[in-house]
Ligand binder design. Sequence first.
Ligand code: ZN
Length: 108
Amino acid sequence: MHVRRGDQVAVIAGNYRGSRGRVLRVIPNENRVVVEGINMRTRHQRPSQANPEGGIVTFEAPIHASNVMLVCPHCDEPARARKRHDPDGTLERLCVRCETPIPVAEVK
Ligand SMILES: [Zn+2]
């Protein structure tokens, strides 16, 4: 997978082309990602135990990972990332444009 949870990504294809959002979830088996505010779906939910009110629920549906690009936080552009081992052996991602390491977001 070329993106991780918490990454800022740009959508490069489909209805949401040009928008950006944060990766909420990655589904490696299906090569899909869920991005905040992208690919919204509406469900008309019958009242249930979990949701006694029912009503109209909107949520993000997964999109294919190939349709998003990682956004470099340093140059604020969609960019590919090069991988490199830093001196203490951890894998680092470098923006191909500005060569700045792209940090992995803290998972809350
Ligand atoms: Zn950059």
